[in-house]
Design a binder for this molecule. Sequence first.
Ligand SMILES: *[C@@H]1O[C@H](CO)[C@@H](O)[C@H](O)[C@H]1NC(C)=O
Length: 331
Amino acid sequence: MAHRVGLGLGQLEAVAILLLLGLFPSGLAFCGVASQARITGGSRAAAGQWPWQVSITYDGTHACGGSLVSEQWVLSAAHCFPREHAKEDYEVKLGAHQLDSYTPEAEVRTVAQVISHSSYHEEGSQGDIALLRLNRPVTFSRYIRPICLPAANASFPNGLQCTVTGWGHVAPSVSLLAPRPLQQLEVPLISRETCNCLYNIDAKPEEPHFIQQDMLCAGYVQGGKDACQGDSGGPLSCLVGGLWYLAGIVSWGDACGAPNRPGVYTLTSSYASWIHYHVTELQPRVVPQIQESQPDSHLCVNHQAFNTAPTQGFLGLLLLLPLGLTLGLLC
Ligand SMILES: *[C@@H]1O[C@H](CO)[C@@H](O)[C@H](O)[C@H]1NC(C)=O
């Protein structure tokens, strides 16, 4: 791994930034802009395409993703920072594209502070969100830029195509191969109700299967395409009105890409006031309402009808067993 602090690009960069600041006069408006918005499904991203994506390493190994939200703050998932881990063992790499190649544009920072949400205690619980303060601010560039934080009343419509990015596993237990280019995948948003319905199909008692109020689902009912281990904490980016918003933070899921198990994300907008409370300078933005959400319950119906059969069979057996015993006693 190239643990090297990249050098600024100098004057050219400064001119570019001044131009961009000219286009976006308010510093706060300077979020959610990527140099290219070309998206393809389940493929490698282009350098600079997701400039808010960061890699968080623990003991020098990529552990989680995160999103840059200002010069000095990164948003990630609370489960990436277990209590027993010291913040000194983490590093944040910004502006990276291929994790295994040296990128002059990349910057590395240490972590000065971790603020994990106090509600988070285990997989599937609420509050899987954490704020990281970098030891030093970064200078924005074509490769390092913040994403917009959605305001509390933001609502992203069902079916909206958003993009999850990360350097995580490409299949369960299959790690991304060197040079580990950033992966991107387009995923449609799924309503919480439908997601709950899906997660109750063949639900295992030991796995979390309740989609809480502060969670958002995105992905495919048929499976095959999903976020995976190592993507945690990374962004689910949605383009609305020309700006990219951090709609969700990769949180959990059942065996990446399994049917009826879309990826589950922390709903960033539900933590707008928590974020603003801890870091006053972080101002969530009002997201323009582009369209009404259409019901998406059809995504679960067929599967549920098909999948409740074994449960009925099992219940039937439980009911028949005493009945059989009773009949046996009577005869
Ligand atoms: C969200 O709140 C802002 C005011 O804070 C308002 O202008 C906007 O219309 C609201 N959006 C929705 C979707 O209700």
